[in-house]
Structure formats: C-alpha cells, structure tokens
Design a protein around this ligand. Structure first.
Ligand code: CAO
Length: 415
C-alpha cells in the first residue's frame, strides 16, 4: 500500500525539536526525509541528555524516526554545491536555524526559488516579523511569549510552563500542516512558496481560549468559571486558573485513594451539566438535584469549591481506576492522572501504535512515541532514527555522484 506522502522528497535541514517534529510527521506519512547534518557532530541533540555514553540520545532518536541522514558541510564550496543539488532534487526544504543563518549560507528564499521554483521552504522561527524577529528561541521562551505561562499555574503562584512541548512540537505540527497545504496548492499553481510557523504564534493559537477570556474579562470584569470567582480578585489580565477547565463545563483535579503516597493518585472530574443528576447520585447527594442552589449550571458556579470538596470526599474512597469504572457507567466525563510510568506500560497505547518499541543498532530496544495521527490508507510503521551520515553514500549515488567524487568530497571535509 502506498503511503500518503510517497514520492515527496524532503530536504530536512532541521535540528533540536521543533523542525524535527515536523519532518518526522512527514516521514511517518511516507515522505522520503533526508536529514542534512554537519559532519562529525550532527544535530546537537544527538549528544544532549545522553543516558548511554557515546550513543545517540533518546532526545534525538525520538524525534528522527523514518529519516535518512546525510552529512554535509554547507560552509565548503563542494558541500554547498551538494546542498544545491539536493535543493534541485527535493520538493520541500524544512529548516529551523536562528534568524539569518540560511541567508548567511547563501540560501535566501530568492536563491532557493531560483534553483528550484517548485520547492516549498518551511521555516520555524521564534517570532514573526516585529521587535523580536532576530531572537533565538527555545521551547519555554515560546510558552512565555505566546500566553501559555501567564495563564498556567495557580492564582497565588508564579507563571508556570507546561511539560507538553507546545512551543517546539506544537509549532512543528503547525509547520507540517502548512507544508502539506502548500504541496496541495502546488498541484494547481505549479509553484513553491514559503511557509513560516513562528513559535510565539503557534503557542498563541493553542492558547486562543485565553484571548477569548481576556475580552470577556474586559467586558464584564469577572470570569465566573475561574477559581477567583466569586470571592477572589480579578485584575485587568486573564489570571491563572489552576486546574479549572475555564470552559463551559466546570472541572477540577481531585484526590483519590492512595494520594498520600502516590503523587499521581488523582482524577480530573468534570461536572458536565447533562450528567449533574448522575453526579449527585454517585456521591450520595440526591438532594442537590432539585435544590435551587445547585440545580442549574449558573447557580452551581457560585458553589464550585464546596461542590468539588464534596465530590472529593467520594473520590478519596476509590482508586483513580475504580473511580473511572464507576463514573464511566454514568457517562460522567473524567480522566485518571497518568504518570509517564503508567503511560509507558499502557497496553492500549502499545496496541494503537502510539507507544512503540524500536530496535537501534547502538542503543538496543527502546520505547518511543509513534504517530498519533491515524490514516486508514497510510498506516505508520515506525523505523529507528538514522546514525550520523548513515545514508550519505546512498543519497549521493541517487544524485549521480561516483565513488571517486565521494572520496574527493571526503578529502575536502565536505561530507
Ligand atoms: N554545515 C555547515 N554549517 C551548518 C550546518 C551544516 N550542515 N548546519 C548548521 N550550520 C550552521 C549554520 O550555518 C549556522 O551558522 P551561522 O551562525 O554561522 O550562520 C549555525 O550552524 C546554526 O546555528 P543556530 O544559530 O541555528 O544554532 P544554535 O545552536 O546557536 O541555536 C536555536 C539553536 C534553536 C536557538 C536556533 O537555531 C533558533 O532560534 N532556531 C529557530 C527557533 C527554533 O526552532 N527553536 C526551537 C528549537 S527546539 O527547542
């Protein structure tokens, strides 16, 4: 069965996390992704956070599945010529260097477009045009500048960054969508185009509900779904909402049996309006079903703290999995707080191919996250990340380079 992106050639000039996330997705969908790395060192993440001396880190191996690796020094004349040959050969170039690095390499958009007018050039930068456009950016900077940190955490604490890599992996996802969209447009226009995904913008896109709340706050000076309501104080910016859903269905994280010893013995509990009578029955408060103080969602907003306290008295008598079993019988939306250990061992995530075991020549067997997006006609087979330069000869042969050409390139330090 052909993969969705079979025949699409990607020149992967990315490093660290954001760009590699994007090209890994395209590789999972069947594109031929040729990762270009500096000879000798390669992507900096190969050597970062190593758990086995001399072996490519999990940071690298988990972001570079299904790719081929070519080494090439773009700062030598023949390395540059090889890079230009790859630009002519490929459909898409993806890069996430610091602002100006591509131009310093002599590869501004105009030059790439001249070399290959059909080429799509996808870039991640920290910021779009404006005061910070020349800045280097890492994950947490984007979380802070995109509105995530100021709206995460508890009202009486400092801003908090999330463990979910919304700045890097989140932007990589945005870029991948931009690239396949540009590939689609190319089928009509015949032309390539630039695709830019700034990290600040991607984080803001993921935080758009908070910009919704900013405008609601400015109009009404309060946010009834936030824990600051009804007793606390609202300033002029959206506050941190703790574990409140902040949306139309109030929710909170509640302790479960064993919470004293297990830091993850908690459940997320949502008091969805449609199942309010069922919630009352489960916790033994049938009287609340017709009580005017609790009867409507609007009335309950005034009492959310005592309501969740009462529900917690019930959840503390059950493990999170026992609570899930009972609550699911009533269609009460809830979710266990799962530790990474529990996720790593979860048989259903293994069954779906989202958690996968991969064999690697120097690392051995290890766990990785597979493709979370499932296409019925293009199933993903996760293959391991390449060793540095593992496919240099193979790719150069495809470009028409002979063995003696390659020896000359090696002697010059170009590959
Ligand atoms: N051959 C020769 N030179 C190469 C090369 C190759 N194959 N690959 C990379 N280089 C050179 C580039 O030409 C550039 O050199 P100059 O600075 O002389 O122009 C340099 O390596 C790339 O440097 P960089 O500035 O991009 O890398 P850095 O480690 O200093 O910064 C980062 C990393 C991520 C902060 C920066 O790349 C960046 O801001 N990227 C955009 C935002 C982004 O993607 N951030 C997310 C990263 S994941 O947390």
């Amino acid at each position: 069965m052909d993969k969705a992106l079979a025949g699409v050639r990607i020149l992967d000039f990315t490093h660290v996390q954001s760009g590699p996330t994007c090209t890994q997705l395209l590789a999972w969908f069947g594109a031929d992704v040729i990762k270009v790395e500096r000879p000798g060192e390669g992507d900096a993440t190969r050597a970062q956070l190593r758990d086995i001396p001399g072996v490519d880190s999990l940071y690298f191996t988990m972001l570079n599945h299904n790719k081929r690796s070519v080494t090439l020094n773009a700062k030598t004349a023949s390395g540059k010529a090889l890079l230009e040959a790859l630009i002519r050969h490929c459909d898409v170039l993806v890069e996430n260097f610091a602002p100006g690095a591509m131009e310093r390499m002599g590869l501004a958009w105009e030059r790439i477009h001249e070399l290959n007018p059909r080429m799509i050039v996808g870039s991640v930068k920290g910021f779009g045009p404006g005061r910070y456009e020349d800045c280097k950016v890492y994950e947490n900077v984007a979380q802070c500048a995109g509105g995530a940190a100021s709206t995460t955490g508890f009202g009486d604490g400092p801003p908090v960054v999330s463990g979910a890599q919304i700045g890097d992996s989140g932007t990589g996802l945005h870029l991948a969508l931009g690239i396949v969209t540009a590939l689609y447009q190319r089928t009509h226009s015949g032309r390539g185009q630039k695709v830019l995904a700034p990290m600040q913008d991607a984080v803001l896109n993921l935080c758009r509900v908070k910009l919704r709340d900013q405008q609601r706050l400015e109009r009404t000076h309060t946010l009834h779904e936030y824990p600051q309501y009804p007793d606390g104080h609202f300033g002029d910016a959206v506050p941190r909402a703790g574990n409140a859903s902040g949306g139309g269905q109030p929710g909170w994280i509640l302790r479960c049996k064993g919470w004293e010893d297990d830091p993850n013995a908690y459940i997320y509990f949502i008091t969805q309006a449609a199942v309010w009578p069922a919630v009352c029955k489960v916790i033994g408060e049938e009287g609340w079903i017709e009580d005017d103080a609790y009867k409507t969602p609007q009335a309950r907003l005034l009492h959310l703290k005592p309501i969740f306290s009462r529900i917690e008295q019930w959840t503390m008598t059950k493990t999170k999995f026992e609570a899930m079993e009972i609550l699911n019988q009533y269609d009460i939306p809830c979710g266990p707080i799962l530790s990474m250990k529990e996720i790593a061992e979860d048989p259903w995530l293994r069954m779906s191919g989202t958690v996968v075991e991969v064999e690697h020549p120097t690392r051995g067997r290890h766990l990785t996250v597979g493709n979370p997006i499932k296409l019925s006609d293009s199933p993903t087979e996760v293959t391991r990340a390449p060793l540095l330069g593992e496919h240099t000869e193979e790719v150069l042969r495809e470009l028409g380079y002979t063995a003696s050409d390659m020896n000359a390139l090696r002697a010059e330090g170009a590959i």
